[in-house]
Write a protein that binds this ligand. Structure first.
Ligand code: GDD
Ligand code: MG
Length: 362
């Protein structure tokens, strides 16, 4: 089976970190999300992945030189300055995908432990044109919602229904199998939305099915969800691997420290701290519930709690970074600064004064 990975969106809710990398390259416990996706595809006997990108995303992904796990990787780029939405890129990749067999489509910003094979089986049994993996969530209004009949045929598909109006709690997991017949439904060279234009048509024609899954599923689209994804994985991986760290500092598990991390004395790392490659932590620093991207420097006596710190950022001494804060790549936070809650700092920005209310500083 081939897989098309949709990875050309703009990740607006993860700004400013998504200004300098696509969502699919955000590190999840120190590995880019796309790397986790490749691994899962390979485990499910997918032979080839086609990345539906834009030119910028393509460049970023190629820079990363990810391990391919035996997958053949191809790129299909939207035309310059013309994002094609979620269905347009499928049509654009028609030649690469071919007409031989059903294929898998994945949103590139989802961390999911699903059996793609099982979804394909359901798809084949039902002779469907589309079969969507469905998850049950508490608040479906931010997602695509499916209304099913008894045989799991999708009667209605509604993208982002208004609050309180969703007919069910079953949502599009951002993973679906489609047959080559799908190409007949999508107009060429145009932005088309799978969720708003194509799925409703397939539902009406009674050729759209749901496959309910119960595996681990997380959308990293918003900062709190991104942190939660890291947290859940830390819990899982910690049970599997039980990393051991030694040094003159305290580790409160679960934590993950990448290569070349240095931590000085009296610092406390964790619980739920992820430190990327080459991170340097001074003395008496406290880090918890946070993800620190590679090559960040954190000065003595600072504390980071519930925050995301972008690549190469530098945090001075006795700085406090509070819940929901995001520090952009290579930003500089001067000594003694307090960033209270939900403060976002743009890449490269220098900050020398306290910021005590939620805002984005560019
Ligand atoms: N190539 C390309 N071009 N890819 C795109 C474009 C585009 O113009 N627009 C979006 N994408 C990619 C994004 O990078 C992302 O991986 C995927 O398509 C979905 O787009 P999002 O912008 O992340 O959509 P969403 O999160 O609001 O909603 C989607 O995901 C939900 C699950 O998380 C929908 O598919 C919902 O129905 C679904 O429930
Ligand atoms: Mg999304």
């Amino acid at each position: 089976m081939k897989a098309l990975i949709l990875a050309g969106g703009f990740g607006t809710r993860l700004r400013p970190l998504s200004c300098t990398r696509p969502k699919t390259l955000f590190p999840i416990v120190n590995r880019p999300l796309l790397q986790w996706i490749y691994e899962r595809l390979a485990e499910n006997d997918v032979a080839e992945a086609i990345l539906a990108v834009n030119k910028q995303t393509e460049w970023f992904i190629k820079q990363k030189k990810l391990k391919k796990h035996g997958l053949k990787i191809r790129y299909s780029s939207d035309p310059l300055n013309t994002p094609l939405g979620t269905a347009g890129p499928i049509k654009r990749a028609e030649k690469l995908i071919g007409h031989d067999e059903p294929f898998l489509v994945l949103n590139g910003d989802i961390f999911a432990d699903l059996s793609y094979r099982e979804i394909l089986e359901t798809h084949r049994k039902r002779k469907a044109v589309g079969t969507i993996a469905l998850c049950e969530v508490e608040n479906p209004s931010r997602y695509g919602v499916a209304e099913l009949d008894r045989g799991n045929r999708i009667k209605r598909f509604i993208e982002k229904p208004d609050r309180g109006t969703a007919p069910t709690n079953f949502i599009n997991a951002g993973v679906y199998v489609v047959s080559p017949k799908i190409f007949d439904f999508i107009q060429k060279g145009k932005a088309v939305s799978m969720e708003r234009e194509i799925f409703p048509q397939l539902a009406q024609k009674r050729v759209l099915y749901g496959h309910v899954t119960h595996g681990l599923w997380m959308d990293i689209g918003k900062p709190d969800e991104y942190l939660k994804t890291n947290k859940i994985l830390l819990d899982q991986l910690f049970i599997e691997r039980k990393w051991q760290y030694s040094g003159d500092f305290t580790v409160r598990p679960p934590v993950a420290l990448d290569n070349h991390v240095t931590v000085e004395s009296r610092s406390v790392v964790g619980p739920y701290a992820v430190l990327g490659k080459g991170v340097h932590i001074g003395r008496g620093v406290q880090i918890r519930d946070s993800v620190i991207f590679p090559n960040v420097k954190i000065g003595d006596s600072s504390s980071i709690e519930g925050a995301i710190i972008g690549e190469g950022a530098s945090i001075g001494k006795t700085v406090k970074v509070g819940r929901g804060c995001i520090v952009g790549d290579r930003a500089k936070i001067r000594d003694d600064v307090l960033l209270s809650e939900e403060v976002a700092i743009c890449p490269g920005k220098e900050v020398s004064e306290n910021i005590l209310e939620p805002k984005m500083l560019c």
